[in-house]
Design a protein around this ligand. Sequence first.
Ligand code: CA
Length: 243
Amino acid sequence: MKAVPIPARAAAARVLVVEDEAALSMLLSYNLEAEGFAVERVERGDEAEIRLSETIPDLVILDWMLPGVSGLEICRRMRARETTRNLPVIMLTARGEESERVRGLAIGADDYVVKPFSVPELMARVHALLRRARPDRASGVLSAGDLDLDRQNWRVRRAGREVHMGPTEFRLLDHLMGKPGRVFSRAQLLDSVWGISAEIDERTVDVHIGRLRKVLSMGAEKDPIRTVRGAGYAFDETFDRIG
Ligand code: CA
């Protein structure tokens, strides 16, 4: 098992850029990274589909005209799938596709930008869309039952009592609490919480979940983390109302 590097702060929001014009794709990636986003780039529509079946980013910037599968079709398929139904999408369209744009919004894109666009304008839309999609991030505190997680100050409280935990456990809890009820596979957690797709043993996730459970239930409180056999882990927002 490899040593796991511990990033200094919470995992950055992840943006998937799907664009076949290399220069534009690089420009977007450069600017997004400069603003603290973790960026992944693919050039083809079919590659985008594969990436989205593996990991779910926080936002997708999706070009309309792509080799493989069109941006429109990708968006339509994303909206039909449970895991990507609410994933924020900004479509990039060329000039003169006015009626096409309307179709894009009808099919579920959250926003669109017409090429050529100014980078600051696109960045502003990215930030606005993320704020809208995740109001919990803006407030900085996640609460469920007797549990509070303060993202700004990196503190967790249970029944008013401070819970001490390591940075990895904090990020794990943050990630699970951020999407209550959703089941994350070990691979997804490694990707989102550790932020690297290196060959870390998936049992690493079990070890940290174990530590998290231990600190969260020091006073024998109920376990808010659900193990889903054969699938992974989820945060159970009803943990304090059952059993
Ligand atoms: Ca294109």
